[in-house]
Ligand binder design. Structure first.
Ligand code: UD1
Length: 420
């Protein structure tokens, strides 16, 4: 197993190229199951989660070739319909093959995804939405068995206790595009990754309207054809490097970052005193003066992303004053708190609320995290901490950050990957 060693205290300066969005790539790869024709996806990041999805598609009979960031998916055996436990259990997002299999192959056998360190992650909304479309769903031997022979358009309410669900929306959308008649998804997620999925499906011939809102309309078509699509850039990766600029008192240009997809984070960083400018082809982020504490509440898009909560906490941990972070999407997503405190942060938890008393500095320590974004917050903390921070279990980072240490090295970080 590899670990990262970061020696903190360097000011980061330069340009970082933002990769294609992992959370767009996963559902778009699943969407290729909706056709037997060839699909080409561009700007696909090299990440272990993407490898997992490609393995699942191979299990499902697709032939996949990757050249750099271009992935070509061709039809092979289109009768297969089983996504096995061994793969699904390593990545919950594998559940997004369910809707496409039900719609196109009329049968799905997808392992029930297990628990998750960021808290309970039920799939009731996925199953409800697909049932409302007329799919027959049962659970047997740890697998979700879906039969889609009777699916037809319907009006579906997809809101849950925590608002809309990104992948439940993706699943229902993928099933609806091939269901006869009209589907209306109320309380749909409208994350940029859902909009990108709808864009790809439309290129394949789907009829979708209103995907930038919480009400998506779909008119089912008989068949979809192949398409070529370039993925949007990763707003969570971009947000993480924005925070790297702020926490190291740096100046970073994020090439390919999309300003409009990051408004909630930009608003909070500006409130804290960070200088942020939309530039041709990206965003420039600069530290210009001591930062102020801010209060943040995570919400579904366009609210503040839960996937940037941990990284924001690292910045607030070294910002003078009291900040409050309320987690409304995953109320238990605070695995990073104890590790940040081991580095000298002063954070207390009151249920889904973290109260952060900014400290003057952090000190490097051996740390580990069992979740992707929590690990990213430890990297940010390490970049500013005094001395060396050793981060173990970095396979979590490899799930979601393409080329992390090289990108950071290029802008001046003292970071290296070593074998444990
Ligand atoms: C996606 C993202 C993940 C991000 C999350 C929230 C991908 C691959 N992953 O995950 O990085 O953290 O959105 O922005 O895109 N819920 C239910 N029932 C369900 C489904 C979800 O109650 O059937 C709850 C969840 O427990 C959570 C909330 O709804 O509290 C939002 O989760 P959801 O949007 O579904 O997350 P994912 O789509 O799995």
């Amino acid at each position: 197993m590899d670990k990262l060693i970061i020696k903190g205290g360097r000011r980061l300066k330069g340009t970082v190229m933002i990769s294609g969005a992992k959370n767009a790539a996963l559902p778009l790869l699943a969407a290729t199951l909706l056709t037997d024709a060839t699909c080409i996806l561009k700007n696909v990041p090299a990440l272990s989660d993407i490898d997992t999805m490609m393995k699942i598609l191979t299990e499902l009979g697709k032939e996949i070739a990757r050249t750099g960031n271009v992935v070509t998916v061709k039809s092979g055996d289109s009768k297969k319909c089983r996504a096995p436990y061994e793969l699904v259990s390593t990545m919950r997002a594998s559940i997004c093959v369910l809707g496409a299999l039900i719609a196109k192959r009329k049968r799905a056998e997808v392992s029930f995804p297990g628990g998750c360190v960021i808290g309970p992650r039920p799939i009731d909304l996925h199953l409800k939405g697909l049932k409302d479309l007329g799919a027959d769903i049962s659970v047997k031997g740890g697998y979700i068995i879906g039969n889609g022979s009777g699916i037809r358009g319907n009006r579906i309410y997809l809101g849950g206790h925590f608002g809309s669900s990104v992948l439940a929306t993706a699943n229902v959308l993928m099933a609806a595009v091939l269901a006869r008649g009209k589907t209306i998804i109320e309380n749909a997620a409208c994350e940029p990754e859902i909009v990108d999925l709808a864009g790809f499906l439309k290129k394949m011939g789907a009829k979708i309207y209103g995907e930038t809102s919480h009400r998506i309309e779909v008119v089912g078509v008989k068949k979809l054809h192949g398409a070529t699509h370039s993925l949007i850039s990763d707003r969570i990766e971009a947000g993480t490097y924005m925070l790297a600029a702020a926490i190291t008192k740096g100046d970073i240009f994020l090439k390919n970052a999309v300003y409009d997809n990051l408004l909630a984070l930009i608003d909070k960083l500006k409130e804290a005193g960070v200088r942020i400018e939309k530039r041709g082809g990206g965003i420039r982020v600069r530290y210009v003066k001591p930062l102020k504490p801010v209060d943040v509440t995570t919400l579904p898009y366009p609210g503040f992303p839960t996937d940037i909560q941990a990284q924001m906490m690292a910045l607030m941990a070294v910002t003078d004053g009291i900040s409050v972070i309320t987690e409304k999407v995953y109320p238990e997503r605070f695995i990073h708190v104890s590790e940040l405190n081991r580095m000298g942060a002063q954070i207390v938890l009151e249920g889904p609320i973290a109260i952060i008393k900014g400290v003057k500095g952090l000190s490097g320590a051996p740390v580990m995290a069992s979740d992707l974004r929590a690990s990213a917050s430890l990297v940010l903390a390490g970049l500013v901490a005094k001395g060396a921070t050793e981060i173990s279990r970095i396979y979590h980072l490899d799930r979601g950050y393409e080329n992390l240490e090289n990108k950071l090295k290029k802008i001046g970080a003292d970071i290296k990957r070593v074998k444990e």
